[in-house]
Design a protein around this ligand. Sequence first.
Ligand SMILES: NC(=O)C1=CN([C@@H]2O[C@H](COP(=O)(O)OP(=O)(O)OC[C@H]3O[C@@H](n4cnc5c(N)ncnc54)[C@H](OP(=O)(O)O)[C@@H]3O)[C@@H](O)[C@H]2O)C=CC1
Ligand SMILES: CC(=O)N[C@@H](CCC(=O)OP(=O)(O)O)C(=O)O
Length: 316
Amino acid sequence: MSKRVFIDGEAGTTGLQIVERLRRLDGVVVQSLDLHARKDNAARRAMMASVDLVVLCLPDEAAREAADMVEGLGSAAPRLLDASSAHRVANGWVYGFAEMVPGQAGAIAQAARVSNPGCYATGAVALLRPLVDAGLVPADHPLTINAVSGYSGGGKALIADHERDGGPAFGLYGLSLNHKHIPEIERHGSLARRPIFVPSVGHFRQGMLVSVPLHLDALPGRPTAREIGCALVGHYEGAAQVRVRMTQVEQRLYVEAAAGSDVMELFVFENEAASQVVLVARLDNLGKGAAGAAVQNIGLMLGLGVTAWAAERVPA
Ligand SMILES: NC(=O)C1=CN([C@@H]2O[C@H](COP(=O)(O)OP(=O)(O)OC[C@H]3O[C@@H](n4cnc5c(N)ncnc54)[C@H](OP(=O)(O)O)[C@@H]3O)[C@@H](O)[C@H]2O)C=CC1
Ligand SMILES: CC(=O)N[C@@H](CCC(=O)OP(=O)(O)O)C(=O)O
């Protein structure tokens, strides 16, 4: 029998992307509220009690309220996947980055409550966690993370701002060095020192690049770029939605290649003579950075086979 999923916030940027993906999957049916009932709490509660899984695609405060609503259903409570940033470092929630450490996919499959990772955090944690766990980058190493995102990362409001005449071309933000993804990058990157994180947004709809520069001669044991690349390759071997690209011939890395794909690519670029590398994650903020990861987690939580769909979208 098909599993029933309710997406609270279905009409938003992330919600629509999840629905589009779920429509192509066997074994799952999306249950929707009528347009006029989307914000009617009694209708939402009744819908939540009737499904196997609720996905929250809401602003943080509304996601907290919706999670309380689900919890209030007691033994009738469905399982919960939250795409907002409300619960990413909260107790009792499993972090929905299946490839992060061995056993994470299994923990997601068993969990009652899963928090989908933030888009920037997905790139940063993907690059850093395996290197910290392997001892190549010390947990307390001073790190800087730079990133550029497509404007769809800011939801309906930022999309409208960019799609009007005279929308902005490019801008840095988060300049109080307090972006909301820093706590999840610290926690799930296993970092003991707060990184400096400088996000930016460009005048393109989808895709993002997250980069971490490293001075190799400031790391213990002075690892080579190859050792770093091999650690990433070893960690992500067999992962359908993460690819490590070992050849670094590109002089330019374009963000466009990520748009529309649910696969995240990781790169290690180096200047050997200067003993410097820059690690880069390229992903779609709406793909592996949001809806792609959400559908992967829905598949794990409901026991559906979703990797075949993901593989269709692997770039050449
Ligand atoms: N865009 C992205 O790249 C990513 C977004 N996310 C997260 O996903 C969540 C949704 O973001 P996004 O899709 O971009 O946002 P949007 O602004 O595009 O959509 C938000 C949706 O939530 C609905 N909504 C707002 N408040 C309520 C409420 N109180 N009750 C019911 N529905 C409500 C809105 O309806 P209406 O328009 O009618 O108000 C809208 O449909 C956020 O927490 C965001 O941080 C996560 C990863 C990436
Ligand atoms: C360009 C832009 O505005 N991006 C969003 C993050 C998008 C994302 O990952 O979402 P959540 O953490 O909200 O789930 C921001 O910086 O707040």
